[in-house]
Design a protein around this ligand. Sequence first.
Ligand SMILES: C[S@@+](CC[C@H](N)C(=O)[O-])C[C@H]1O[C@@H](n2cnc3c(N)ncnc32)[C@H](O)[C@@H]1O
Length: 328
Amino acid sequence: MVNPTVRELVEMRYLFEERFIVDSGKIADRLGVRATALEPALAATLPSYPPAVESIMRGMTAPERYTHGHHDSVLRAHRWRTAENSAGYLLPHLREGLSLLDIGCGPGTITLDLGERVAPGQTVGIDRVSRPLTDAREAAADRGLTTVAFTVGDVYQLDFPANSFDVVHAHQVLQHLTDPVAALREMARVCRPGGLVAARDADYAAMTWFPLDPRLDRWLELYHRVAIDNGAEPDAGRRLLAWAHQAGFQDVTSSASAWCYSTPEERQWWGSTWAERVTESAFAQQAVSAGFTDDSELQDLAAGWRDWGSAPDGWFAILHGEILCRAG
Ligand SMILES: C[S@@+](CC[C@H](N)C(=O)[O-])C[C@H]1O[C@@H](n2cnc3c(N)ncnc32)[C@H](O)[C@@H]1O
């Protein structure tokens, strides 16, 4: 178990690297060069940490770059989520007294809803970085939910003994990992025999919308390129059942459900969030840094999102895959 000081340093370094990717992309674009040409010089300015931290960093983050990052435009989108709109497939299986682990909980809105349903059972939300957990802790205090705790942790190496939880849940997390099957195995380890491992992920290729707009087509193409460049799988929804089988689960129920944004308020929120995400978030900067696009095209895509958001007939649907796996 990592002591808190080392853990804090690891996280600082992780956030610094996330910021580094964003900044080097911006600087490279301003200079009209590829970020990869600039990175060695900029990397020399990264602070150095004790060898113990560097070795943890190598094991922990080298292969994993989280496509969205934690810009406020991203967290704003995540805060809209509730157990009802994002975990409906799991709700019938929850009852008071169960213990629950929510992995990659982000700002924790879903975690808190799930926590309310299983209280007085204990709920723990974990995320690889603590930035979104500040929001989550504040929201827990606002709701007076003392049975829910939030802590930093990594799905590949959970800081819990085997068989610790009745329910282990991850929403929109597996799609961002380079090894979702290893993550599911680790989730199974901490789930008690007979308990449930539950996951839900979007399937980007199955997203669909109206009015048609080539700028939104290009956004989707760019998202796929960046996510795949990060070693992730943006079309995760359709693969969840296969991943569960590969992880060794034999009793798996799979399903699908969709989010749909079509009221004026939903359109305004979703369109403006993505307009900002395509220019300000880690996704945007990774896209520039990898040489897939430039600032001027991203501005064009942002305008596309704003136009979609104000279209009176605007409609956007996101298909998700879901799995409920019975732990053996
Ligand atoms: C798309 S967000 C989902 C947040 C939340 N579950 C929700 O649906 O609102 C994915 C989250 O997974 C976290 N994450 C990424 N890799 C992780 C890892 N290896 N272990 C734990 N969390 C991770 C990210 O930091 C991010 O907050």
